[in-house]
Design a protein around this ligand. Structure first.
Ligand SMILES: *Cc1c(COP(=O)(O)O)cnc(C)c1O
Length: 420
């Protein structure tokens, strides 16, 4: 049985797998492994699917930078005119370095420091998504000290259950994110009295890897009720931000398309003046990337056989962290019957696996592609076991751009010193 690969621009051919016009084997040859490989066409298609779904509606798609913050990726979205959703000063610096428009930046996160607020105000960002009363006070003070007014939205917690993994569900009352729905009205009233705060919108984000549009529609209904209540008190908003969270196919999931996902929302917002904003991360980059790796050893075992590869949990943490599934395919499968392998990395942890029970027709030294690795892959990587981070390349037609050099040991030891 052959099912379509989840990475849309990946094709099987006589030279093995190719991404757009480039053979993965050539990339491994030129740049080594492990290497993250992204497709510009797939990134563009994913962004344009949102634009198509939104049509002529006044709207802004703010790419959630934490999903993949490499400058090469950000520059693709900046050139497409995207906005950005950031959660730190560092992410804002990245957006600006990649040519993003500060005015289209939204600053999310529960713990913004005064320094971060100052930097964001200096840069002229579009909106702060405020997540507590204390943050509102601090922002009012910081903006006042600079003689500025800070544009804000409250991130409101609509208390809906998105039916996703508990670590990535964020819109429940018990989560640390956002302000309680029941407190939102009072916070807006208070914000309206603060001299250095300019009320601009409202925001919610209920979770990640959402496969069902219904919880989002439920959240939108609650938000709309609040927006209308605010309007009756004379507090009008210029935008409504419904967050990110649309899921992708890793294995056999059947996520809605952006058109299907947005349809119930667009219906609810038809004829309204506010701009509609979204903060998608995973659904813009997840299936535009893969992790290319080489098999170091095949190790037959009594109970299980192991394929030990040169990528590990430090490169792609999602399997170890969430027990996440990523499709793993041989770049050029051999004409031999498949063997069932545990696909594991070299790190000294039993949790260092990339996939369980995978049937692969491979020999030692062969290349594997770990699919759907574009989101929360490189950004969650670490140097655990003093392993340099992978290189990243972006394929654009027949061209391969190195968007990040492979780390060297100098990178890793920089800033450290032994005792004299
Ligand atoms: C993580 C996050 C997103 C992006 O979520 P995805 O599931 O990757 O689309 C958007 N907004 C906020 C506030 C987030 O924390």
């Amino acid at each position: 049985m052959t099912t379509a690969l989840p990475v849309p621009t990946l094709k099987a051919g006589p030279a093995g797998l190719t991404l757009e016009g480039v053979a993965l084997a050539d990339i491994a040859e030129r740049f080594g492994t492990p290497t993250y490989v992204y497709s510009r066409a797939a990134l563009t298609q994913a962004y344009e699917a949102y634009q198509r779904a939104l049509g002529l509606r006044k709207s802004l798609v703010c790419y959630a930078v934490k999903a993949n913050s490499s400058l090469g990726i950000l520059s693709v979205f900046a050139k497409l005119g995207a906005g950005f959703d950031i959660v730190s000063r560092g992410e804002l610096a990245r957006v600006l370095a990649a040519g993003g428009d500060a005015g289209k930046v939204i600053f999310s996160g529960v713990g913004k420091s005064a320094d971060e607020m100052r930097y964001a105000l200096e840069s002229g960002i579009g909106c702060f998504n405020v997540e507590s009363a204390a943050e509102l006070d601090r922002l009012n003070e910081v903006a006042g000290s600079m003689g500025k007014r800070a544009p804000i939205a409250f991130r409101v917690n609509p208390d809906v259950n998105p039916n996703t993994h508990p670590y990535i569900s964020t819109g429940l009352r018990s989560n640390k994110f956002g302000v309680a729905f029941t407190e939102a009205l009072d916070l807006y009233r208070k914000a309206a009295t603060l001299p250095n705060i300019e009320i601009s919108g409202i925001d919610c984000h209920i979770g990640s890897q959402l496969l069902d549009p219904a919880p989002m529609a439920e959240a939108a209904d609650k938000i709309l009720g609040l927006v209308d209540q605010l309007a009756r008190e004379g507090i009008t908003l210029d935008h409504i931000d419904l967050g990110g969270g649309l899921g992708i196919r890793y294995r056999d999931e059947e996520p809605p398309t952006p058109t299907e996902y947005l349809k119930p929302l667009l219906e609810r917002f038809a004829g309204r003046d506010e701009a509609l904003c979204f903060e998608p991360g995973r659904s813009l980059v997840g299936n535009a990337g893969l992790l290319l790796t080489r098999i170091e050893y095949l190790k037959p075992g009594v109970e299980k056989s192991f394929a030990i590869i040169d990528a590990a949990m430090n490169d792609l943490a999602r399997p170890a962290l969430y027990d996440a599934y990523h499709e793993i395919v041989a770049v050029a499968p051999r004409a031999v019957p498949a063997t069932r392998y545990e696909v594991v990395g070299p790190i000294c942890e039993s949790g260092d696996f990339l996939g369980h029970d995978r049937d692969l027709s491979v020999e030692t030294g062969d290349l594997l592609a770990i699919l759907s690795a574009g989101a929360y892959g490189m950004t969650m990587s670490s140097n655990y076991n003093t392993r340099p981070r992978a290189a990243e390349v972006l394929v654009d037609g027949d061209t391969v751009h190195v968007i990040r050099d492979r780390e060297t040991l100098e990178h890793l030891l920089k800033g450290e010193r032994p005792l004299p």
